[in-house]
Design a protein around this ligand. Structure first.
Ligand SMILES: Cc1cc2nc3c(=O)[nH]c(=O)nc-3n(C[C@H](O)[C@H](O)[C@H](O)COP(=O)(O)OP(=O)(O)OC[C@H]3O[C@@H](n4cnc5c(N)ncnc54)[C@H](O)[C@@H]3O)c2cc1C
Length: 537
């Protein structure tokens, strides 16, 4: 038990499954275990449903997956739900989660305000001992971590960070009622949340300074209001649509264009690029020529089309160079691009400037703002940290997941992450995680989590049916899976020089691999039965 945790005064429940996190992943899991009659509970840190969207409250927060795809594929839920916008805002996603509750009545299986702080496997009973911050303890046979990839906000170690006397907020913890209108504001970071905050507050602040390390190759969202009748009519295709999403690289129903860019004329390419751009959203990345991600020349061509689009909107040549450099700083599409509505227009405003951190770094925070390496002190009322999250193994730093001998999962991963299928770990029996290290990345969240969720449900059902009390990945299987990830990374244009954090193939390939493992009698797993010989500590 964690030293900071108050001892439990209750008799711990013995459940079949405990899931941590009530986002899309956790709810999909809960739905299926309930259906099979297993005893199951979700432990959720927050006070209500919504997953990442519950605490994402910064101005302009919006999904950049198209709405038909950004929902659960559970028929009871989708049949009576319609979205108002093609790319829904945060409040609409939270309302959708309440619809999930009205339809499925899941809250009775969820313990809210229950932040899990530790989980340890008990060898003798083959059960997990899971403890929350308020001292609640539960003993499930199977333990599923569905805490998302973005639960630990990242703040860079700025010098004299605490000295700033104004308001400093991270986008992950935006305070209720914070007014930016008429204020001098800094936004540090131009990733997904940075782009959304900048375009939302840019038109109304007194002055905005954007601190940019890497330009975001943001794509035109082409937002639309959605018609209720048209959506209702399209529902007859939903089962096919959800199945189709799993057959594509990124978890949407659309796929790469099955033609090489080099097999086309320049006229054909231009018209095709224009069509994708007008279709909006991610189409310019996901529907583009098949060699965009494997051939540097093809990738460059997509980049320069994008660059021209941005330069048509940004008037000042120096600003153009900062936002869309003549020489691409990284391959097009290798980082998840954001979707924008008026992001680039904001930079035409006289009250907006951009500091390129590759040319001039932040030296320190001061009582009145930020000092940069050129000695200039920028004065602000509000500093917004749009600096993202500790992804990869970051979410595991506040939650101790321990093997029976006390080894923490982060110790095991200290010299590189080893997992089987980005869901299970040797030495940690009956433990499954979703949307985490070595899981697929850069794809539609709900599709990815459902692919994993279905596989986990199948695996646990197999164990329950055959009365196995223990499932464990073999060391050989995780070595093999890591080798595959490194191999895929080496072949990719967007290969990372450090350890790849995700499965570097596409979602369809990942789904096929999971299916093969199952068909091969759960290749790489050992199932066994242990008699419960002693009570849990
Ligand atoms: C700002 C933002 C924008 C995003 N936009 C998109 C997008 O446009 N498209 C897309 O596909 N994906 C997007 N994502 C990714 C998003 O996480 C997934 O789409 C989806 O929410 C994943 O669902 P999940 O259930 O796996 O995780 P989450 O939705 O993150 O839910 C995890 C839950 O676990 C809970 N939790 C965490 N730690 C603990 C703990 N120790 N104890 C108990 N509970 C805990 C959290 O409170 C949360 O409710 C975005 C994420 C963020 C943060």
């Amino acid at each position: 038990m964690s030293q900071n945790t108050a001892p439990s005064t209750q008799t711990p429940e013995e459940l079949d499954v405990v899931i941590v996190g009530a986002g899309y992943s956790g709810i999909h899991q809960l739905y299926h275990y309930r259906k099979q009659g297993y005893s199951v509970r979700i432990l959720e840190a927050e006070s209500d449903l919504g997953g990442a969207w519950w605490w994402t409250r910064y101005p302009g927060a919006r999904v950049d997956s198209e709405s038909p795809f950004y929902q659960l594929s559970i028929e009871e839920v989708w049949k009576d739900w319609v979205w108002t916008e093609r790319f829904p805002c945060r409040d609409e996603v939270c309302e959708y989660y309440q619809h999930v509750e009205r339809t499925l009545g899941i809250k009775k299986n969820i313990r809210f305000n229950s932040r899990v702080v530790s989980a340890r496997f008990d060898d003798a009973s083959s059960r997990w001992v899971i403890t929350t911050k308020d001292g609640f303890v539960v003993h499930p046979r199977f333990f599923i971590l569905a805490i998302g990839a973005a639960s630990k906000p990242h703040t860079p170690p700025f010098a004299d960070f605490q000295s700033f006397k104004g308001i400093c907020v991270h986008t992950a913890s935006w305070p209720e009622g914070l007014v930016t209108k008429g204020k001098r504001v800094a936004v540090i970071g131009t990733g997904a949340s940075g782009v959304q905050v900048i375009q939302s507050i840019g038109p109304e602040v007194k002055h905005l300074t954007v601190f940019q390390r890497t330009p975001n190759y943001a794509l035109a969202m082409q937002q639309q209001k959605l018609d209720k009748e048209i959506q209702q009519k399209s529902k007859r295709l939903f089962p096919d649509m959800f199945r189709r999403c799993r057959q594509t690289p990124n978890g949407y129903s659309f796929d790469r264009y099955p033609k090489s860019l080099h097999a086309t004329t320049s006229e054909e390419r231009l018209l095709f690029f224009e069509d994708l751009w007008t279709a909006g959203g991610w189409r310019f990345v996901t529907n583009n020529y098949m060699d965009i991600f494997s051939d540097q020349a093809a990738n460059d061509e997509a980049y320069f089309f994008w660059r021209n689009k941005i330069c048509e909107r940004v008037h000042d040549p120096m600003m153009q160079e900062k936002l869309a450099p003549t020489s691409p700083p990284y391959p097009f599409g290798s980082k998840r691009p954001s979707l924008e509505i008026n992001y680039y227009d904001v930079f035409n405003q006289p009250n907006v400037d951009l500091v390129d951190l590759t040319q001039c770094e932040i030296s320190k925070f001061t009582p009145s703002g930020i000092q940069t390496a050129d000695g200039v002190e920028h004065t602000f009322d509000i500093i917004v940290l749009a600096t993202g999250f500790h992804t990869f193994t970051g979410p595991y730093t506040d939650l101790k997941v321990q093997a029976a001998d006390g080894t923490d999962i982060l110790e095991k991963w200290a010299n590189g992450v080893y997992s089987h299928l980005g869901m299970t770990v040797h030495g940690f029996p009956n433990f499954f995680y979703m949307y985490g290290p070595q899981s697929p990345g850069a794809c539609n969240g709900p599709t990815c989590s459902e692919v994993q969720s279905d596989w986990i449900v199948g695996c646990i059902s197999h164990a329950m049916k055959h009365r196995f009390t223990r499932i464990e990945a073999t060391r050989e299987a995780e070595i093999e899976y890591r080798r595959l990830i490194l191999e895929l990374n080496a072949r990719s244009l967007s290969r990372s020089t450090s350890e790849p954090t995700n499965f570097k193939g596409d979602l369809a390939q990942y789904g096929r691999l999971c299916a093969e493992v199952t068909e091969d009698g759960y290749r790489g797993f050992v199932f066994s039965s242990q008699v419960e010989s002693r009570a849990l500590l």
